[in-house]
Design a protein around this ligand. Structure first.
Ligand code: ZN
Length: 389
């Protein structure tokens, strides 16, 4: 014989110490002012939670209960999936001095079986606080925030444009970011690529960026692809996303992006910079009137005409401004709000501090999207610099 109780004995002992209530009784007490907390993990709650329940996952319960409910005598009801984790959670709250804690027997499973009201996509305490200022905007709200959480954005290039864009997209709660870059952090990058730090010189840029983004917002996921976008991987790398942020620094990548976004029907937020000027536009192949990148630049420049990357200087703040314009357009596209930069080319001159807007109609003769456009496979061009990144 052993003194160690088996699981059932242990749960039975727990039930003797913790008050359990049926879902119907919990619903009634909630209406009378009790606080109902769903202690399941974020991912479990996305498919539904009791109406009016606060989401606070078991792993953060002790850390955050005080912020949610400082009054130890409040009537608190805890709910999980089947009614076991909530017993443990209740015991934890009792240890913290909460005196009126109950566990909902049978958990959310029993709640649904009792046909009590539920809501889908409810937000937990961390998210409600983190995104409160942008959710106050009626154009965003809780529904928009949920849309962002489910959005998958791929950022090409963790450089001057990608850095500021990804910082704000992560902060805004875009749920999944994929970073594609095969370079390593160099000290000369740091004056504009602010997602990196001095101590990370030599580290792969995408990995360095991932560390910063997750420190800023641990709720999102960040995939790192230490690859260069090429003819043989471009579709695989882009597929499965909702939007492309083009932070590329060369024409070869841009022409690949132009072709692949068209074939995959992916909107692309384009930007390029040079010295003190930048330009931004949005190409959306799902929109019949939208131009594509090749409506703007039909053919790649010759190697002789392209600027040399290492020689072209850039003021660090310039990609900051332009990258944030890209992030703004990305959020507008994901949330389907405002007037998108489709069919318009916005240019920015930092020395004159002047924005200009040029009409950018779709070109019926465009080699990329026009009536006679013909896709003959992806082509790896020579990596000529286009002075971004
Ligand atoms: Zn076109």
């Amino acid at each position: 014989m052993t003194d160690t109780p088996n699981r059932d004995q242990w749960l039975a002992a727990l039930r003797e110490r913790i008050n359990e209530v049926s879902p119907a009784e919990a619903f009634g007490r909630q209406a009378a002012g009790a606080l109902l907390i769903d202690v399941r993990e974020d991912a479990e709650r996305t498919s539904g939670t009791p109406v009016g329940a606060h989401g606070l996952s078991r792993s953060f319960l002790e850390l955050r209960i005080e912020a949610l409910e400082p009054v130890r005598s409040r009537d608190i009801l805890l709910l999980c999936g089947s009614g076991q984790r909530s017993l443990l959670a209740a015991e934890a709250l009792q240890r913290l001095g909460y005196t009126r804690v109950s566990s909902v027997a049978g958990g959310f499973h029993a709640w649904k079986a009792a046909a009590l009201p539920t809501v889908v996509g409810a937000m937990d305490v961390d998210a409600a606080e983190r995104y409160s200022r942008q959710m106050l905007l009626p154009q965003v709200g809780e529904a928009g925030q949920a849309t962002l959480a489910q959005s998958r954005v791929v950022i090409i290039g963790v450089g001057g444009l990608g850095s500021p864009a990804m910082l704000y997209l992560a902060a805004a709660g875009v749920g999944h970011l994929t970073l594609i870059d095969d370079d390593r952090v160099e000290r000369s990058n740091l004056h504009r690529q602010v997602v990196h730090t001095d101590s990370r010189v030599g580290m792969p840029k995408a990995e360095s960026a991932r560390m910063t983004l997750l420190a800023l917002n641990p709720r999102i996921t960040v995939d790192v692809r230490l690859e260069r976008l090429q003819a043989d991987n471009v579709e695989d790398l882009l597929r499965g996303h909702h939007l492309v942020v083009d932070g590329a620094d060369n024409f070869a990548t841009r022409y690949l992006l132009a072709a692949a976004t068209r074939r995959l029907s992916l909107p692309m937020v384009y930007a390029a910079i040079e010295r003190f000027t930048g330009q931004v536009s949005v190409f959306d192949p799902r929109n019949d009137t939208s131009p594509c990148y090749r409506c703007l630049f039909p053919e790649p420049p010759s190697a002789a005409d392209a600027p040399n990357c290492s020689e072209a200087g850039v003021l660090g703040v310039l990609p900051g401004v332009v990258g944030l314009l890209q992030a703004t357009e990305a959020l507008k596209m994901l949330l389907d709000m405002g007037e998108k930069l489709i069919g318009r080319l916005l240019t920015y001159d930092a020395l004159l501090m002047r924005f200009r807007e040029l009409r950018l109609p779709r070109d019926p003769e465009c080699p990329g999207c026009g009536a006679h456009a013909h896709f003959a496979g992806y082509v790896d061009l020579e990596r000529m610099c286009s002075a971004a990144g």
